[in-house]
Design a protein. Structure first.
Length: 468
């Protein structure tokens, strides 16, 4: 088969783990052709963000400390992961060059007190560039004919929306097919940086959160892979967060639609954007545990049925706030909701969930808690002070419970069972939303009731007793 393996940051957190990941690749290469995509090591991306902030604030000491930490982390990883002397020296040399380039750009930011989005992307790209070089070296040490490629070299071409770059699909697929596909045809293993691409001028861009998963599925679509295996530190998608539901189980099979719904609500091990190329290319996706590779994981496909349950998962979304707008002046006034949402969009505030009364006199929506103050302040200036709205209320102590499952589609009584189970625990529901797809029911409760609400629905549908 033709496969794409993507390894997340926890799978590559140190040299031992990188060597283990390389051994997994080498093992599966006996019967398959594989392209490898790598995230940055552990918390490297966060450390690079810290470096940017230190440079902007003029903290030269912190810049030097971070550079030293990054250098030590990656050099120690090379020592453990790359066993062949000549290859090790090659990787050491390349990473030394990366650290020096990073030093120069951080010092430039330090002196200028300015970092454009383009510069930020360049800084953040170093994490994947260094980890992927170590993976390349580890594979070479195992006798694998590997080739290091940065995202742009592999063919990932994007627009210039730095920080959240969007791939130019036609160009990307064509180039990936030519560059990566040709290597696979020659039995060469491409080792590709996740998260980064280039714009049409060849300038480095980043793909945003979940960017390495996105890189993997784009590569898979371009080369016509049979499957993408996303390696992380979890056994697969779970029926709920095992930290709050002790009998949560791994979901063995799930459809693309269900997986995308779960990803949108923050399911660990998956990003919603990453699934779209796989779905378009009819490429199956597996979520696998690097540290438990024999476990089957979760299998995602167009037709996967999974277990026989109307509900597949119950998820808890934290760090949100509910904003409620009230005012009789908006009743019957066309375009008011659109104006409100447009204003939030202008501010960069994403609305995760929305509910409006039939009378049109009240509207509630959910946003990230860290953006709630900004949203309230701007909406008050725009709509309350002009008399269009009477009041705006913000509740920061809420959570969203999302119930996901394709079996809910067309099944009577799902909502009554969900809300009945929650009501039996004495929990009051503050807001409800359900899309026309009937793939999920989402509701808002007080933060203190969130865990109990999740447990109630999980228990109601017997998800803890399912065979995974």
């Amino acid at each position: 088969m033709k496969l794409v393996f993507k390894f997340g940051g926890t799978s590559l957190a140190d040299g031992d783990r990188i060597r283990h990941a390389a051994e997994l690749v080498a093992k599966h290469l006996r019967e398959n052709k594989i392209a490898v995509v790598c995230s940055a090591m552990g918390d490297t991306t966060d450390n690079l963000i810290d470096g940017l902030e230190a440079a902007l604030s003029g903290d030269k000491k912190r810049i030097d400390e971070l550079l030293s930490e990054l250098c030590n982390l990656h050099f120690e990883a090379v020592e453990k992961a790359v066993s062949v002397d000549g290859v090790r020296e090659e990787v050491y040399s390349k990473i030394s060059e990366d650290i020096e380039s990073l030093r120069q750009v951080l010092y430039s930011i330090y002196y200028l007190k300015e970092a454009t989005p383009r510069t930020r992307d360049y800084v953040l790209s170093f994490g994947e560039r260094m980890s992927t070089k170590i993976m390349y070296g580890a594979l070479k040490s195992l006798g694998v004919d590997a080739r290091y490629l940065e995202g742009g070299e592999a063919g990932i071409v994007t627009d210039s929306s730095f920080g959240e770059a969007v791939p130019i699909m036609e160009t990307t697929l064509k180039l990936v097919r030519e560059r990566v596909g040709e290597l696979l045809d020659k039995n060469v293993t491409p080792v590709i940086t996740g998260f980064i691409g280039v714009n049409e001028d060849g300038v480095i861009t980043t793909l945003g959160r979940g960017g390495s998963d996105y890189t993997a599925t784009l590569i898979a679509y371009g080369v016509g892979a049979d499957e993408v295996w996303l390696w992380s530190d979890v056994d697969g998608l779970m029926t709920s967060d095992p930290r709050i539901v002790s009998d949560a189980k791994v979901i063995p099979e799930i459809s693309f639609e269900e997986a995308m719904e779960m990803a949108l609500f923050g399911a660990k091990g998956l990003h919603p954007r990453a699934l779209e190329p796989a779905r378009m290319g009819r490429i199956k996706v597996r979520i696998k545990n690097t540290f438990n590779p024999s476990a089957p994981g979760t299998f995602i496909s167009e037709t996967a049925k999974g277990f026989d349950s109307v509900v597949k998962a119950v998820l808890l979304v934290k760090d949100v706030a509910m904003i409620t707008l009230r005012g009789s002046s908006v009743v019957g006034r066309a375009g008011t909701a659109g104006r409100i949402l447009s204003e939030l969009g202008r501010l960069g505030v994403n609305v995760m969930m929305i509910s409006q009364s039939v009378s049109e006199s009240a509207m509630s929506f959910i946003v990230k808690k860290r953006l709630s103050s900004l949203a309230v302040s701007e909406l008050e200036n725009e709509f309350v002070k002009t008399g269009l709205l009477k009041e705006i209320e913000c509740e920061p102590d809420v959570v969203v419970v999302a119930v996901v499952g394709e079996g809910m589609r067309g099944t009577p009584g799902v909502a009554s069972r969900v809300f009945g189970a929650v009501a039996k625990r004495g929990i009051n529901i503050r807001m409800i939303a359900q899309g026309s797809s009937e793939l999920n029911i989402s509701f808002v409760v007080k933060e203190k009731d969130g865990v109990e609400a999740v447990r109630a629905v999980h228990e109601e549908y017997g998800l803890g007793g399912l065979k995974s």
